[in-house]
Design a protein around this ligand. Structure first.
Ligand SMILES: NC(=O)c1ccc[n+]([C@@H]2O[C@H](COP(=O)([O-])OP(=O)(O)OC[C@H]3O[C@@H](n4cnc5c(N)ncnc54)[C@H](OP(=O)(O)O)[C@@H]3O)[C@@H](O)[C@H]2O)c1
Length: 249
């Protein structure tokens, strides 16, 4: 089989400074990509991620941006093109979670949640579609709640849900340039993003629902993103629900 890597590719990673995004940035760099590491408030984390990539012999640059502002989304892709001459892979790991009953949700909550989960996701896909080279790859992070029937997450699951339709439309519209567009939608993942809105009992419940009795780890999800990002992997317009990863024994 032909060898497929990210050698000589350029990747933009939205939220690429910490947690899942940071691992994706590092894995892409290990595979030979030059990486634009986007961050919102985590300047220190972005410096650490870029530093780790450079220490390992790779190339990366950090770019700050509030991706609910379309001008900032465009600046992110401008940086990729200006710094590295083009862009091939765009992964958007940004998002915001809220667990709150509908009756208590404010207009501000709604706007904030849909701003980053839906609006930023849309314009990230749009700008990627404008700027990506042929055979490019676009991946957005959803949530397993897209397939769930549960309470409390109306603005989180609801805010992420449009990503599936944006992705299907983009998959059709960009297909003539062989650009694949997908959503990766993990279950409860062991990062600081997950815990603030969950009780210890609910954390134990989530663990009890998974094989191996544990939460998903970022190391379980990154290989799927790597596979989807690599030219030659031909899946498009899909939502993939990684409900596991590597076994620990
Ligand atoms: N952890 C889980 O249980 C879980 C499960 C399923 C799916 N996911 C999804 O996986 C993705 C990565 O999550 P994670 O666990 O790795 O947590 P994370 O690192 O906190 O990811 C969220 C990212 O979004 C950024 N962000 C928030 N608002 C922004 C804005 N206005 N402009 C630009 N960036 C903004 C955050 O930066 P700041 O913190 O600086 O604002 C952060 O980098 C998210 O999309 C999440 O919805 C997570």
């Amino acid at each position: 089989m032909a060898e497929h890597t990210l050698r000589d590719k350029v990747a933009v990673v939205g939220g690429g400074e910490k947690n899942l995004g940071a691992l994706v940035s590092r894995v892409f760099a290990e595979d030979g990509a030059r990486v634009v590491v986007h961050y919102h408030t985590g300047e220190k984390e972005a410096e650490e991620t870029v530093g780790a990539i450079e220490d390992a012999g790779g190339q990366a640059v950090a770019v700050q941006g509030d991706l609910t502002d379309v001008a900032h989304v465009r600046r992110l892709f401008d940086t990729a093109v200006d710094t590295y001459g083009g862009v091939d892979v765009a992964v958007n790991t940004t998002g915001m979670v809220l667990r709150k009953p509908i009756l208590e949700t404010t207009e501000e909550d709604y706007d904030r949640m849909f701003g980053i989960n839906a609006k930023a996701g849309y314009f990230f896909i749009q700008e990627a579609g404008r700027r990506l080279n042929d055979h490019g790859r676009i991946i957005s992070l959803g949530t397993s709640l897209l397939a769930a029937f549960t309470d409390g997450y109306s603005t989180y699951a609801g805010g992420k849900a449009p990503l599936e339709h944006f992705t299907r439309a983009a998959a059709k519209e960009f297909a003539d340039r062989s650009i694949a567009v997908n959503v990766v939608a993990p279950g409860p993942m062991d990062t600081p993003f997950f815990y603030p809105q969950e009780t210890p009992e609910r954390v134990e419940f989530h663990k009890s629902q998974a094989m191996e009795g544990r939460l998903t780890r970022i190391e379980d999800v990154a290989p799927l993103i790597r596979f989807l990002a690599t030219e030659g992997a031909w899946i498009t317009g899909q939502t993939l629900f990684p409900n596991g990863g590597y076994t620990t024994r």
